[in-house]
Design a protein around this ligand. Structure first.
Ligand code: AHM
Ligand code: MG
Length: 334
């Protein structure tokens, strides 16, 4: 742990809130709620091999208990913690087909929470790092009413806060509320608190690592093939197949993550609203960048809740190199 002063996530967020004299404290509370959900999810993840949570939903484990899929469970935890607080008007998740509005009975609040409860699901059963990603917006529709799809379909640039939790060798929550930078907190399991461990994260301008699923090489455009040819000769390959884990490594150590569009996934694989946009918010807050190969992720206008996007994210100079190489390849092909 860096620094001798123990700073809890609560006290840190309150300190940050003082930078905004007009703040009412409600966003702070939404962030606490997310941190609380993260602790609960983390406790399930840590016991995953013992509790009845591995495998497919609907299956029965060796003790005859009905198993609940960990990502379904994480989705329920997040909604349970946030839906009745009076602070959000709608939630949207990778696991729910439609937005889930907060009913009038539960006092719809002024924020919107979008999330991927447990990303990297192919890694769950093999004990590799997985994560939760979250994005917070102010609502667009009138206060006091249940939120709608319109509240969810907002451009990434208008996020008021975003972040992720990585369940790795330790559990770390990284968040940003924009102007104040990006900050990381490590869950101390002895006291059950997130403590400040990575203040003011600054991502290196260029990095050692590149992360991409190279088995898709034959399906990529010439531009991406050229990018990877150059990266192979200059960088080190690291790919877990768990976005949060690949992103976190590259954020801290420097590097780039790419999930391009390809012949099989013409829009890319990753989701704009609750995967790409929140991580792009963190990347930019840490001095990095994120594009779909051409345009900043944070400027993309969403048209559908589960919309996909190609994603190129990480150290600023590496992302710029990809953009330049792709543009050159497109111009050359024209
Ligand atoms: P998921 O939301 O179903 O877990 O899928 C998203 C994951 C990301 O974590 C990861 O970057 C990517 O899918 C890996 O995909 P692939 O196996 O095609 O490389
Ligand atoms: Mg996901």
């Amino acid at each position: 742990m860096r620094g001798s002063r123990l700073v809890t996530i609560e006290s840190f967020i309150i300190e940050q809130e003082r930078l905004f004299p007009e703040a009412t404290g409600e966003l702070t509370n939404v962030l606490y709620d997310v941190a609380l959900a993260a602790k609960v999810i983390s406790s399930y993840v840590r016991r995953a091999g013992l509790a009845a949570v591995l495998g497919r939903a609907g299956a029965v484990n060796v003790q005859g208990e009905e198993q609940q899929k960990l990502d379904v469970l994480a989705n329920e935890v997040m909604k349970h913690v946030i839906q009745k607080t009076g602070r959000v008007c709608v939630t949207a998740s990778e696991e729910d087909e439609e937005p889930v509005p907060v009913t009038v009975e539960h006092r719809p609040g002024k924020y919107v929470l979008l999330f991927d409860p447990l990303d990297g699901s192919s890694n769950i059963d093999v004990n590799a790092s997985i994560g939760t990603i979250f994005s917070i917006h102010k609502r667009m529709t009138p206060e006091g009413t249940p939120g709608t799809l319109e509240d969810c379909l907002q451009v990434g640039r208008s996020q008021v806060a975003a972040g992720y939790v990585i369940y790795g060798s330790s559990t770390i929550l990284v968040y940003s509320s924009g102007v104040g930078g990006a900050h990381g907190f490590t869950l101390d399991p002895r006291i059950g608190e997130f403590l400040l461990s990575h203040p003011n994260i600054v991502s290196p301008k260029s990095g050692t690592y590149y992360s991409v699923n190279e088995s898709n090489y034959d399906r990529w455009s010439d531009g991406y093939r050229e990018v990877v040819r150059v990266f192979k000769s200059k960088k080190n390959a690291r790919y877990i197949g768990s976005l949060v884990a690949d992103f976190h490594r590259n954020l801290i150590a420097g590097g780039i993550f790419m999930y391009p569009a390809d012949k099989k996934s013409p829009q890319g694989k990753l989701r704009l609203l609750y995967e790409a946009a929140p991580l792009a918010f963190i990347a930019e807050a840490a001095g990095g960048a994120a594009t779909d190969g051409e345009r900043p992720i944070l400027d993309l206008e969403p048209a559908a809740l589960h919309q996909r996007t190609p994603l190129v994210i990480g150290s600023a100079e590496d992302v710029a190199f990809v953009q330049k190489t792709l543009a050159k390849a497109t111009a050359g092909a024209a």
